[in-house]
Design a protein around this ligand. Structure first.
Ligand SMILES: *[C@@H]1O[C@H](CO)[C@@H](O)[C@H](O)[C@H]1NC(C)=O
Ligand SMILES: *[C@@H]1O[C@H](CO)[C@@H](O)[C@H](O)[C@H]1NC(C)=O
Ligand SMILES: *[C@@H]1O[C@H](CO)[C@@H](O)[C@H](O)[C@H]1NC(C)=O
Ligand SMILES: *[C@@H]1O[C@H](CO)[C@@H](O)[C@H](O)[C@H]1NC(C)=O
Ligand SMILES: *[C@@H]1O[C@H](CO)[C@@H](O)[C@H](O)[C@H]1NC(C)=O
Length: 230
């Protein structure tokens, strides 16, 4: 009898280890995988399309590659198994091709903490990006060197958890919308270099580091600070 109990107990233990193992191995969440595939599908690229994010295939029964946490440029949390970082800079293969992407496709990534889309020269009319308010864990956003315009500003300032924000060379212009950026109360770093802002802006009362075209790094504290942005 005793032998039996031990046998049953160890069998149960083995089964539970296998099942848990399976859960961990099945890795990425289906809705997150679909979000990545939607992003890839939204890239309207013709030159060398097969070289761009080539591990992002998502075919069922594709072995380890079925798990989007193993895909290039994707980092998942070891604990939750959800995507926490996407490093999608410099995806472009042909600099003379005019392309765009749908960056609303990332909304299902609830645990996303860092998103880097810099250096892609996306020609995007940014539509639907007000949904970005749903990216409530996003702390780092790098959008440098894309052909966006001021229409992206309300989308960015809706992501209230942002700590690091890099907006260099995005085609932003006009006077800097300081009031909108005041919503980002957790901001620590903001790069605004290589845009076409006009006039001067006072960062008084904002406790984050601002990098602008003029003067390189500037530390803005509660003391009076003002930068001429151009
Ligand atoms: C991508 O779409 C844009 C606008 O819709 C178009 O101007 C561009 O030529 C397209 N690019 C390719 C490579 O098809
Ligand atoms: C997650 O696991 C990978 C691979 O086992 C390891 O390299 C990495 O350091 C782990 N990360 C954390 C935050 O524990
Ligand atoms: C790059 O894109 C341009 C414009 O679409 C096209 O004319 C050219 O053939 C492409 N280059 C290559 C290597 O495919
Ligand atoms: C962009 O992606 C979102 C989310 O997947 C989708 O709802 C929307 O229709 C897409 N927009 C375009 C223009 O394809
Ligand atoms: C941004 O660019 C889009 C497409 O080129 C245009 O329709 C829109 O009016 C521009 N928005 C602003 C604020 O410049």
């Amino acid at each position: 009898m005793r032998g039996h109990s031990i046998l049953i107990a160890s069998w149960a233990l083995a089964v539970s280890i296998i099942l848990n193992g399976r859960q961990l191995c099945s890795g990425c969440f289906l809705e997150e995988k679909h979000a990545l595939l939607d992003f890839k599908a939204s890239l309207n690229v013709t030159t060398n399309a097969h070289l761009i994010l080539s591990s992002w295939t998502g075919k069922e029964g594709d072995g380890a590659n079925d798990d989007c946490c193993t895909w290039e440029r994707v980092k998942c949390s070891n604990i939750t198994g959800r995507i926490v970082e996407l490093h999608l800079s410099d995806l472009r293969k042909n600099m003379s091709e005019n392309w765009h992407a749908n960056i609303s496709t990332f909304i299902p990534l609830k645990d996303l903490r860092a998103l880097d889309l810099s250096g892609n020269y996306f020609n995007s009319e940014v539509t639907g990006c007000r949904n970005w308010a749903k990216l409530q864990n996003l702390e780092s956003l790098y959008l440098d060197d894309n052909n966006f315009n001021n229409s992206i500003i309300p989308c960015i300032t809706a992501i209230t958890e942002l700590k690091r924000l890099s907006l260099s060379d995005l085609g932003l212009e006009g006077s800097f919308p300081i009031e909108e950026f005041k919503r980002l109360e957790k901001l620590e770093f903001l790069d605004l270099s290589s845009n076409r802002f006009s006039g001067s802006t006072s960062f008084t009362g904002l406790a984050f580091i601002v990098r602008s075209s003029v003067g390189g790094w500037s530390l803005s504290t509660s003391s009076t600070f003002s930068a001429v942005l151009q």
